[in-house]
Design a protein around this ligand. Structure first.
Ligand code: PXP
Length: 237
């Protein structure tokens, strides 16, 4: 059974909508831990649209499960990682105009920069994961970069779920997970997973961890709404 990494970025998205102090992603991380999260994941984006540097520092000192930092392969982020020392860094592609991470990191194309980044982070005692599309060529080059973990991008699978392409997208992840395991990598997966589509992915034997964010934060907002309104109503009365 895979472990669950809970991505709390979108708690910070709500906070940044008002540039205030609530909701606090660190508080959300503690509650996620209470709920059974095996890992907390945050993406420190170059544009700081949700998670801020301070969140990362406070999280590092507050949580008791491993901290997984997603970041781009750029000097600024690698330096922050070396200083903050998350348990794991997941290297992701990043384009400023994107709504969310679109597609995996092209390690075939950026092999040299990725190899240097992996060595740098590992020298700081940080485990390195590469967020890649479920593609055998990407996996082979991922091994050559020295990374020990790949996170397979499940976005295309999630998008195609219950459509004509669904089976094909699932098969790509299924076979990529086995190829990666045979090459000695630990295999994680994530992006776009929700309460409907997670089951088949969770049953893929080599997958050891799932990173899930948007659907969990979305559900948390809705399951908490009734209580939040009752509490405000009580104060007004
Ligand atoms: N894994 C990686 C590498 C990601 O970049 C993201 C999004 O930040 C996720 C998992 C979580 O995706 P979602 O929010 O769609 O669950």
């Amino acid at each position: 059974m895979p472990k669950l990494g809970v991505n709390i970025d979108h708690v910070a998205t709500v906070r940044q909508a008002r540039k205030t102090v609530e909701p606090d992603p660190v508080w959300a991380a503690v509650l996620a831990e209470l709920g059974g999260a095996d890992q907390i994941t945050v993406h420190l984006r170059e544009d700081r649209r949700h998670i801020q540097d301070r969140d990362l520092e406070v999280l590092r000192r507050s949580i008791h499960v491993p901290l997984n930092l997603e970041c781009a392969v750029v000097d600024e982020m690698l330096t922050i990682a070396e200083q903050t020392k998350p348990d794991q860094v997941c290297l992701v592609p990043e384009r400023r105009e994107e709504v969310t991470t679109e597609g995996g990191l092209d390690v075939v194309r950026h092999r040299q920069a990725v190899t240097v980044a992996v060595a740098r982070l590992q020298a700081a005692g940080i485990a390195v994961s590469l967020f890649i599309d479920p593609n055998p060529q990407q996996i082979e080059v991922a091994v050559e970069t020295g990374a020990s973990i790949v996170e397979l991008h499940t976005g295309a699978y999630a998008h195609a779920f219950r459509t004509a392409d669904g089976d094909q997208r699932f098969q790509e992840i299924f076979s990529a997970a086995h190829v990666a395991q045979q090459l000695g990598l630990r295999v994680d997966a994530g992006h776009g997973l929700n309460y409907q589509n997670v089951g088949p992915i969770a049953r893929i034997e080599p997958i050891s961890e799932l990173n899930i964010g948007h659907s969990i934060v979305s559900r948390a907002v809705l399951v908490g709404m009734e209580r939040a309104v009752r509490e405000m109503k009580a104060l007004i009365h």
